[in-house]
Design a binder for this molecule. Structure first.
Ligand code: LLP
Length: 424
């Protein structure tokens, strides 16, 4: 289990390289990823037979490639995520399948692609069985089951229970198996992802639900997937899950199923946040320091167009200042940190419900840098062009070297698909 990270209000370096130099070289706002952390988190999960990276958390090709080179397989949720996995070097087919498509729907493009490339499909809705079965009868599929309860750090990330649209409702499993059979589809595995922020107490319930579903499926079962949802430490008081205990519970479930069916069953885990969350830093520059009544605001050149988690979920991210002059001896003061957007919710220090909170940070001025930490998961990938802000650059640090892995979006790229109609 990893050591909880140490958060400090001053951060002068990322992965040993000065923040000021990174900002000078690549500009701001820029996402910076520390490859060593991703590799270490992947290694933490080596007890599982397969670690399948949920690339929705951070789908830059360089990150996917890094995980591939270190033995991780990949989960995808859209046609373009499949194409990203292929572009990053994964083979479409193999055993276990290098790429899995897990979703609750196929759009036309995704269905064409999984049929054409023979990508393994994990069906999250009964309709997917008909749509896939009629195009690719005879293939193997897995089913994502909604066990009827869920878990999540916010209502918006809870993915089980009857308020969730995800997965095949547990009591429809039998009908789905009959339907799959009609198309000659072989159901070779079961998957349960019930939400982000799993805890051990909850896990026993999930394992029991998995065993029940497995008993219903029967001997064709070759794989069970624990889904994702491993938590990370965003703030003091958060904790990692005990990975040994987490694996032991799933392993015991797997072993009981192996005894029952008399053959080997592969155990997968499908983390996103755990692999990449802590590795990512959003580096921004302070462009204004304002006093509004009793409050001091640091306004950055990054906003919720770059990192949406605070405005969406009231998510807490550690924030630190990288002083432009390198001096760490600054007094600490309570401040509100916001972005450039024309919207009052563009605040990084907010709680769920939009309540603005103050954060103790070093005194700072225009030109100092701010680092928003633990931003590698659901950071860049959820960014937008709101207010016509270009997408940020992304930089990967490996062995003390920085590589630009996505250049900052240009004006030309932003308007490339737009057309002013000819006036007739
Ligand atoms: N597998 C499935 C089927 C999922 O739906 C998800 C996440 C994962 C794996 C990976 O979950 P993780 O290990 O990253 O918790 N935007 C939200 C998180 C949404 C998660 C959606 N599904 C956030 O910023 O917290």
């Amino acid at each position: 289990m990893p050591e909880p990270p140490e958060f400090s209000p001053i951060r002068t370096a990322i992965a040993g390289l000065p923040v000021v130099e990174i900002a000078r070289k690549f500009g701001t706002p820029t996402y910076v990823y520390d490859a060593a952390k991703i590799v270490a988190r992947l290694a933490d999960l080596a007890a599982f037979d397969t670690v399948r990276y949920a690339q929705k958390a951070c789908s830059n090709l360089a990150v996917i490639d890094l995980i591939r080179r270190h033995g991780g397989l990949v989960d995808t949720v859209s046609a373009v995520e499949i194409r990203r996995a292929l572009a990053a070097g994964y083979s479409p087919e193999g055993s276990p399948p290098p790429i899995v498509y897990t979703a609750d729907i196929f759009d036309a493009e995704a269905l064409d692609l999984v049929v054409e490339k023979n990508i393994h499909v994990n069906c999250g809705s009964p309709d997917m069985i008909d749509q896939y079965g009629s195009r690719a009868p005879g293939r193997q599929i897995t089913l994502r089951i909604n066990p009827g309860f869920g878990h999540g750090h916010s209502r918006k990330t809870n993915t089980g229970g009857d308020h969730s649209k995800h997965g095949i409702w547990h009591d429809q499993l039998h009908d789905c198996l009959v339907n799959a059979d009609n198309y000659g589809l072989c159901v070779s595995g079961l998957h349960m992802h019930i939400g982000s922020g799993t805890d051990l107490e909850h896990l026993s319930q999930v394992c029991a639900a998995m065993e029940k579903a497995a008993a219903e499926l029967g001997r064709s079962l070759r794989m069970i997937s624990a889904g994702g949802g491993l938590p990370i430490v965003y703030e003091p008081g958060d904790s990692f899950v005990d990975l040994g205990a987490y694996h032991a519970r799933w392993d015991a479930t797997r072993k009981r199923l192996e005894d029952r069916f008399g053959h080997q069953i592969r155990l997968e885990i499908e983390p996103g946040r755990y692999l990449v969350g802590e590795s990512g830093y959003l580096v921004a520059e302070i462009r204004a320091v304002k006093r509004q009544g009793g409050n001091t605001f640091y306004l950055l050149d990054a906003g919720f167009n770059n990192l949406a988690r605070p405005i969406l979920y009231g998510a807490y991210h550690p924030i630190s200042v990288a002083p432009a002059d390198g001096r760490a001896d600054r007094p600490i003061q309570p401040v509100i940190v916001g972005g450039p957007l024309c919207e009052s919710g563009d605040i990084f220090t907010q709680q769920e419900g939009g309540f603005v909170a103050r954060r103790d940070l070093p005194a700072a001025a225009v030109g100092d840098l701010v680092v928003i930490e633990c931003a590698g998961a659901y950071g860049f990938v959820m960014s937008s062009n709101y207010n016509s802000k270009p997408l940020a650059a992304e930089v990967l640090i490996q062995e003390g070297r920085t590589d630009l892995v996505r250049r900052r979006q240009t004006f030309e790229e932003m308007i490339a698909a737009e057309v002013i109609p000819a006036q007739r």
